[in-house]
Design a protein around this ligand. Structure first.
Ligand code: ATP
Length: 357
């Protein structure tokens, strides 16, 4: 896909902010020629090699390349890319149904069968990605959205391919990227990664979806990571009393230390919890349900943490702007390249160095 050098605002009306990431905003945009609605992901790129603010142009190019290879109903579609000196804009499919977890948390009761309908779509999208040797490496509730929450059967849309990677044959790829709660032991141990890394994250997401508990999460990130390495998780009866045995079996086959032993997306789709073979298995799914009380609590806490991180980020950027303006003796209206040495919350340590050989 050729990157366009025109001014994006000449071709699109730039509308409201839909969300924010570490390096920019996502806004609703309207194509002037057709009136069609899209989302524009505005990404600040690095101005110089030495700068730590902004994303490397090559990283955005990689995200674009991967999105282009991933045409699937469960994966956010890419339409166009614009580039100017300090910013790149990805025009993507507008996803207006919000996050899956918010949709579920707004309900009074959700059976396992209803949860499975969503999980199946996630597995189909991830299976498609993996069939192209692409791993997402950042599967978590924030990156699982719905196209239209008012539809009879809302469609899942996987977003944010900023950490994704396409494996070349025989390639050994290592990375310390991800979000502590959702990463497997091989990430923490800096061992070679594979598409199985995503399957662990799906195990964690399923565990949370059914119980409202995060299997490894502890008071600090260090403790969470220690729990993951020690494989310290269980299914406390008081939380999982409404959960079927097949659901627990499904999770146990994903939260497996050895990536080779973990179920693949294809295997998940034929696990008897997802694809019941008998009437009894089907009935069990319908009888079992999400622990809604706990799930709502988990989701409220998650949203609170997300807004806390956002406020923290805004303050940091504002301070950087003030510092750089003070240094220059003027106020300026664009991003700063200055660094700060203050420690960052874990969510801001997300994008780290990767290596492949
Ligand atoms: P992060 O720093 O978390 O990796 P990012 O800069 O890569 O973020 P995204 O995660 O892709 O950006 O998007 C940020 C937020 O914008 C999302 O959490 C979501 O709320 C919203 N968003 C992203 N893509 C779309 C879309 N296509 N339609 C509607 N909203 C979107």
């Amino acid at each position: 896909m050729a990157f366009k050098h025109e001014n994006v605002a000449d071709l699109y009306d730039i509308g409201v902010v839909l969300g924010s990431g570490h390096f920019g905003q996502v806004r609703q945009v309207t194509e002037r020629s057709t009136g069609a609605q899209w989302a524009g992901k505005f990404i600040k790129t690095r101005k110089s090699a030495g700068s730590r603010l902004g994303v490397e142009r090559s990283a955005v190019e990689r995200e674009v390349e991967l999105l282009q290879a991933l045409t699937h109903p469960s994966i956010m579609a890419l339409k166009d890319v614009f580039e100017c000196r300090a910013e790149m804009v990805l025009i993507v499919e507008l996803i207006s149904g919000g996050e899956l977890f918010d949709f579920i948390a707004a309900k009074d009761n959700v059976t396992e069968s209803e949860a499975i309908a969503f999980l199946k779509q996630i597995l189909e999208g991830v299976g498609f990605m993996h069939s192209k040797h692409i791993a997402h490496f950042d599967l978590k509730p924030e990156n699982i959205m719905l196209s239209d929450k008012d539809a009879a059967n809302p469609t899942i849309k996987l977003i944010d391919f900023g950490l994704a990677h396409q494996f070349k044959q025989g390639e050994e790829y290592k990375s310390m990227c991800g979000t502590p709660q959702y990463i497997p032991p091989e990430v923490i141990n800096y061992s070679p990664l594979s598409t199985a890394t995503d399957m662990w994250s799906i195990g964690v997401i399923t565990y949370i979806l059914l119980s409202g508990l995060s299997p490894f999460q502890d008071n600090t990130d260090e403790e969470t990571l220690r729990n993951i390495i020690a494989m310290k998780f269980e299914f406390p009866e008081h939380v999982f009393s409404m959960t079927s045995e097949s659901a627990k079996d499904f999770i146990k086959k994903l939260l497996v230390k050895d990536p080779i032993e973990r179920m693949t997306a294809e295997e998940c789709l034929i696990h008897q919890w997802i694809k019941p073979m008998t009437r009894k298995q089907m009935a069990n799914r319908n009888r079992s349900s999400i622990n809604m009380k706990n799930f709502k609590k988990f989701n409220a806490k998650r949203k609170w943490k997300m807004s806390y991180n956002m406020v923290w980020m805004c303050n940091r950027f504002m301070r950087l702007q003030l510092l750089s303006s003070a240094a220059k003796g003027e106020l300026r209206d664009c991003e700063s390249d200055s660094e700060d040495t203050e420690s960052k919350p874990a969510s801001l340590m997300r994008r780290r160095l990767s290596s492949s050989s």
